[in-house]
Design a protein around this ligand. Structure first.
Ligand code: PLP
Length: 390
């Protein structure tokens, strides 16, 4: 199998699994206990917190463990809204992950005015529009650091500075960035940042929220005193330990891996563009995650490409979703104004530390033939979109 869907989830690193196993077996104490057995577990949670903080350039006290990226996003936005009751507004973009997008739609539904900022054809924001949206009635702004579908990286330092000029709390969903490009929060105008373990080789079901020291905060999960009262619930110790290990590995390998993975991605991308007519890259190629390429193959159906790649043992993901009778391509590609015929044939390939040159060779060997066959089979596909069973 060739796994090129690492923006959806990643394999747990063997070193990460090793590190967490004792906490699923003999070291099962609740870290709140008043005995040595518990203190040892508590010490390991503290070490994990230090490792996460180190990867971000943060202080360990600024890290709150959560159950996932989605919980981190929900906690951040709700905390900002609840702790700034004199301001109602929310500023976000049209290309956020559903964890932010659907939450903002919910906030709008319950009475918060929300600005969903548009992007251009390359998925970029207009900083003049960003500045105009940041008014004294806005409580919080949430802009993702990098887009999960196209890999487009947003200028969060500039956006955060514009937010702060208007006294707006700035949150960023950095789930796709952590472990892929270096982060140093010490010098950045970012108040809160979300990350998720399973996007960087830790297991699913663990995330973290960075909350800058001095930020107003209000808990989303109210309960025990865990996480210094910022998130109730007995700590998911094995997963926390795993996230700490994954962050330590990322910190050690990020410089090496980002150029290795970029080279693999670039080789795949240029070979496909060279061999396949009517193909183009979606997103901002100048400011992009090193591991992601989203390519539109015009006049074919993305789902059909994925099925044929699957036959070859290749896992990738589609920019379009012809599910439940909907003909709508992804909200990200629609926000970018990607033409219908291209948005429907968009495929995302996302790499990790475990991909090799052989993976790239295999995709280059099979995909041009797949696209050619599909185009032959349905030259007028545009008129018959999504007649295939889901
Ligand atoms: C995967 C992802 C999330 C959600 O993280 P979970 O841990 O799966 O809840 C949020 N934002 C972005 C950008 C993501 O890629």
């Amino acid at each position: 199998m060739i796994y090129l869907d690492n923006n959806a989830t990643t394999a747990v690193a063997p070193e990460v699994l090793e590190e967490m196993l004792p906490f699923l077996k003999e070291q099962y104490a609740n870290p709140s206990g008043m005995y040595t057995f518990a203190a040892e577990v508590g010490r390991k949670v503290g070490e994990a917190r230090e490792r996460v903080a180190a990867l971000l350039g943060a202080h360990p006290d600024e890290i709150v463990f959560t159950s996932c990226g989605t919980e981190s996003d929900n906690t951040a936005l709700r905390a900002a809204v609840w702790s700034n009751p004199d301001r109602l507004g929310v500023v976000t973009t049209r290309v956020e992950h559903p964890a932010v997008k659907n939450l903002c739609e919910h906030l709008e539904h319950v009475g918060h005015p929300v600005s969903f900022l548009p992007v251009d054809g390359a998925g970029r924001l207009d900083l003049v529009q960003v500045r105009a949206a940041m008014t004294r009635s806005v409580a919080v702004s949430s802009v993702m650091w990098a887009n999960n579908e196209t890999g487009t990286v947003f200028p969060v330092a500039e956006i955060g500075a514009l937010a702060h000029e208007a006294g707006v709390v700035f949150h960023t969903d950095a789930v796709q960035v952590v472990g892929k490009i270096p982060i140093d929060l010490a010098g950045l105008p970012i108040d809160m940042l979300s990350l998720s373990g399973h996007k960087l080789h830790a297991p699913k079901g663990i995330g973290a929220l960075y909350v800058r020291k001095g930020s107003k905060f209000s808990s989303f999960l109210i309960g025990g005193h865990q996480e210094r009262g910022r998130r109730g619930g007995t700590e998911n110790v094995p997963a926390i330990v795993a996230l700490g290990k994954a962050c330590e590995i990322a910190a050690d390998s990020i410089e090496r891996e980002r150029s290795r993975v970029r080279r693999l991605r670039d080789r795949l991308e240029s070979a496909l563009l060279e061999r396949i007519p009517n193909a183009r890259v979606n997103g901002d190629v100048e400011n992009r995650l090193p591991n992601t390429t989203n390519i539109a193959f015009e006049f074919v159906e993305g789902e059909a490409i994925l099925l044929m790649l699957n036959e070859e043992g290749i896992c990738a993901s589609s920019g379009s979703a012809c599910t439940s009778g909907s003909l709508e391509p992804s909200h990200v590609l629609r926000a970018m104004g990607v033409p219908f015929t291209a948005a429907h044939g968009s495929v995302r390939f996302s790499f990790s530390a475990y991909n090799t040159d052989a993976d790239v060779d295999r995709v280059i060997a099979v995909l041009p033939g797949i696209i050619a066959r599909l185009r032959e089979m349905s030259p007028f596909w545009a008129e018959q979109t999504c007649k295939m069973p889901a």
